[in-house]
Design a protein around this ligand. Structure first.
Ligand SMILES: Nc1ncnc2c1ncn2[C@@H]1O[C@H](COP(=O)(O)OP(=O)(O)O)[C@@H](O)[C@H]1O
Ligand SMILES: [Mg+2]
Length: 403
């Protein structure tokens, strides 16, 4: 029996722990929080900082692991370091760094001739002000080492520059802040698995940014829609760019999740991460829409077993939509309910809630960690799936008090 180390045991990561068990692997799960729901599912569980390689290695050695995997957390560098140290299958740590540090990645992509936003990195507020004079507005500022839109902020005027810099710095321990020119257009999420020199891209969805102006200067995605509404020629161009991007970054093992944007009619890469996607895209809406569950072959690859590559071929193209419950303004959260009724609504494939403790002050969402429930609905058509997902979110009973 092979043993796999699974980093992270939150609600989403628990899905990977269940999959690993279903494959017959012995599971060792780690999470920084003793209350993480996945810990109870694993054969062995350890409370441990999943970003701390030095703390993970003794556990990995003591448990004689055959592989290491992490679903949907931005820690490919940790996964790669543990795999390298123990001589297990995985991505080279250098590649993991290139695909995770936003400055290293965009620089590598630009060198390779991949269309990306114009960019520069700054290390101080003064440097940022000089750069803004050169670049002009609008700009996007982002920490180089975070995810989920944390600290990503749009800047339209000189007066917004320093508050945005503080926002970005709040979400990083890295002195660098990345500054990009603003790209505009429809945004797309893709997911691929790279194995044996081949790229299998099995997911292509339109991201829902319909309330972009309301959430500005922050970027809040309210779920996705399948199938994409982009013309086939644009979809083909995006898929070709996904392949070039994965090759340019040297991703030769495991998952690759892309955020792309059709700017002035031409696909550009916003990011390509070497991990599975979070927000219940990788483990929720992709399986619901296409029948592809990439976690299974990825777990097999992680322990050096032959992966079930056939599992990466879409079996269906259902209409599928995901929507979130997102705070719209200042309020005190009191309670949320009616969950069983929501789960029983037409087309609901997955429904998860992650509301804060009663008494928590909410404000208009500024990043994706501030969304508090998600639903995935399928239907014969995209429009029907969207209507179902919106109705399901609206049916959640949330009690708020004015702040
Ligand atoms: N240069 C840009 N132009 C326009 N929008 C951007 C740009 N960079 C980021 N965004 C928006 O911000 C979101 C988060 O940025 P991203 O670089 O993907 O960081 P994260 O790792 O937090 O997801 C993107 O999905 C996109 O909507
Ligand atoms: Mg992103």
């Amino acid at each position: 029996m092979k043993t796999i180390l699974l980093l992270g045991a939150g609600q989403e990561q628990a899905l990977a722990i269940e999959q690993a068990r279903a494959l017959g692997y012995r599971t060792v799960a780690c999470d920084g929080a003793a209350s993480a729901p996945g810990l109870a599912l694993a054969d062995v569980s350890r409370v441990c900082d999943i970003r701390d390689v030095a703390a993970l290695l003794p556990i990995a050695r003591a448990e004689r692991i055959d592989g290491v995997f992490c679903h949907a957390v931005e820690i490919p560098e940790v996964v790669a370091a543990v795999a390298r140290e123990l001589g297990l299958p995985g991505l080279a740590p250098e590649t993991a760094h290139r695909c995770t540090d936003k400055h290293a990645r965009i620089a590598a992509l630009q060198r390779a001739g991949i269309p990306v936003a114009g960019f520069a990195a700054v290390r101080s507020a003064g440097e940022l002000q000089r750069l803004a004079r050169e670049f002009g507005f609008p700009l996007v500022l982002k920490p180089v080492d975070n995810a989920g839109s944390r600290g990503v902020c749009r800047v339209d005027t000189e007066a917004q520059l320093l508050p945005a810099y503080d926002d970005a710095m709040r979400y990083t321990g890295n002195p660098e802040v990345l500054v990009e020119r603003v790209l505009r257009g429809p945004q797309i999420s893709t997911e691929s698995v790279v194995h044996g020199g081949r790229i299998h891209t099995f997911a292509f969805a339109d991201r829902n940014y319909e309330r972009e102006d309301f959430y500005a200067p922050y970027f809040i995605e309210n779920g996705i829609n399948f199938p994409s509404r982009l013309p086939q020629a644009d979809q083909d161009a995006v898929l070709a760019l996904v392949e070039r991007t994965i090759a340019a970054l040297d991703i030769d093992f495991g998952a690759a999740k892309g955020d792309l944007i059709l700017h002035e009619g031409r696909p550009h890469v916003i990011e390509m991460a070497c991990r599975t996607s979070g927000g219940w895209f990788g483990a929720g809406s992709i399986p619901a829409a296409t029948g592809v569950n990439a976690i299974k072959p990825l777990l097999q690859m992680a322990v050096g077993d032959a992966p079930d590559i056939d599992a990466l071929t879409p079996r269906q193209q259902l209409g599928c939509a995901q929507r979130y419950w997102i705070p719209q303004g200042d309020a005190v959260f009191r309670a949320a309910g009616n969950f069983d009724a929501v789960r029983a609504m037409p087309g609901v494939q997955m429904f998860n809630t992650f509301f804060p403790t009663p008494g928590t002050r909410l404000h208009k969402a500024q990043n994706h960690a501030q969304r508090h429930a998600q639903v995935i609905c399928t239907a014969a058509t995209r429009e029907e799936a969207i209507a179902r997902a919106e109705a399901a979110i609206a049916a959640i009973d949330v009690v708020l008090e004015t702040a």
